[in-house]
Design a binder for this molecule. Structure first.
Ligand code: NAD
Ligand code: DAU
Length: 351
């Protein structure tokens, strides 16, 4: 099985590549342009595997994508490359429009022309998995879950760009017959998570005795999924999902942000009892503009149709994650020093 992965040097992409190369034994081509979020250090464990190749290229570059498809000849495309951070999209949406919308178009159209020329057997087996987010559905109130049929209602430039790309992916199936499958997943966490996102930022700030900035009152709810559970779900959907269908992915682990931060503090208190309660560092800061109140996923279609189930609970996953950061300073220290040191992103004058 030959799988072309885009964005494989990112957080979820690298977990997926490690799973495909190490556990599935697929031939993998990782196409990634290496933005600030792309990091080949996350792929150290597979970089010299005979079934792994890396191509540094931008998905918006049609000529490079055509060459990559023609020479690698994938059976499956798993498209994860994106600008992924909501706060950065608030400060400047241009890269989000370019990569998430124009880049997805470039990849879909390249895939369509490649797929058109395949023989009948390879044509019917081919899949294009477009990896998306639950944020396309907007915000929930206190009750209810996002289902695959929930209408789209995105709030941020990031989620609007992902919504646009989902519509393109489904349109390429309906219009051209390309065997596209779309996945919409909730918040991931785990090892190799870039420290701009809530969980790794809180872990590293707490370790360094810095304030833990909680947006607003901290009552916003996210539905957390351990990244390795997501990687398994993505392979399941790409290999067995039905063309033209959407699958929601989530771990049934809803938590308020403030409770997540308290849990991280409690784990660190257990390791460093002499540093005082880490929760004293919690600081309420100006809310994120357009901040969605609650996300929660109904993953029953994926569970019943394809037999996937999350293996980690939030309690087991967060414990593993905090310990991973304690043991892997070699990975995060250069990012904190040279790429992003944790300053507030996503606020602008007038808010
Ligand atoms: P990430 O920001 O960690 O990684 C994105 C990767 O894409 C990086 O390696 C980057 O270099 C690469 N990339 C960006 N622009 C590119 C371009 N033009 N050409 C080629 N490569 C490019 O993102 P992530 O958190 O791993 O998310 C991966 C995908 O999953 C995204 O599509 C995101 O929308 C989706 N998603 C993320 C989450 C989450 O909680 N992180 C949840 C649901 C869905
Ligand atoms: O739901 C899936 C989405 O999850 C993905 O599509 C996105 O790519 C991914 O970044 C993530 O988006 P969020 O905006 O939910 O993640 P983030 O880690 O930025 O924020 C999680 C929550 O924590 C959110 O309610 C905002 C809050 N927050 C975040 C940061 C960085 C804080 O309170 N303080 C912070 O410093």
């Amino acid at each position: 099985m030959r799988i072309l992965v885009t964005g494989g040097a990112g957080f979820i992409g690298s977990a997926l590549v490690r799973h495909l190369v190490g556990e599935i034994g697929a031939e993998v081509l990782n196409v990634d342009t290496l933005t600030y979020a792309g990091n080949l250090a996350s792929l150290k464990s597979v970089e010299s595997a005979p079934n792994y190749q890396f191509l540094r290229a931008d998905i918006c570059d049609r000529a490079r994508m055509q060459e990559a498809f023609a020479s690698f000849r994938p059976d499956i495309v798993m498209h994860l490359a994106a600008e992924s951070h909501v706060d950065r999209s608030i400060l400047g949406a241009a890269d989000f429009i370019q990569t998430n919308i124009v880049g997805t178009f470039s990849l879909l159209d390249t895939a369509r022309h490649y797929w058109d020329e395949l023989d009948a057997r390879r044509k019917s087996a081919f899949r294009f998995l477009h990896v998306s987010t639950d944020e396309v559905y907007g915000s929930l109130g206190d009750e209810g879950l996002f289902e695959e049929t929930t209408p789209y209602d995105p709030s941020s430039p990031y989620s609007a760009s992902k919504a646009a790309s989902d519509h393109l992916a489904i349109a390429w199936h309906r219009t051209y017959g390309l065997p596209v499958v779309v996945s919409n997943c909730s918040n991931n966490y785990g090892p190799f998570h870039f420290p701009e996102k809530l969980i790794p930022l809180m872990i590293l700030n707490a370790l360094e005795g810095k304030p833990l900035p909680v947006y607003g009152n901290g009552a916003n709810v996210r539905d957390w999924l351990y990244v390795e559970d997501h990687a398994r779900a993505l392979f399941t959907i790409a290999s067995r999902g039905r063309p033209g269908e959407k699958y929601n992915v989530g771990g049934r682990n809803e938590r308020r942000n403030i409770d997540v931060v308290h849990r991280i503090c409690a784990i660190l208190d257990g390791v460093y009892s002499d540093r005082g309660p880490h929760a004293r560092l919690i600081t309420n800061v100006t809310d994120r503009p357009g901040h969605d109140a609650r996300y929660a996923i109904d993953a029953s279609k994926l569970e019943s149709e394809l037999g996937w189930k999350a293996q980690e609970t939030f309690e087991t996953g967060i414990e593993k994650t905090v310990h991973w950061y304690l043991e892997n300073e070699w990975w995060w220290r250069p990012l904190r020093e040279n790429v992003y040191s944790g300053e507030r992103l996503g606020v602008f004058k007038g808010r």
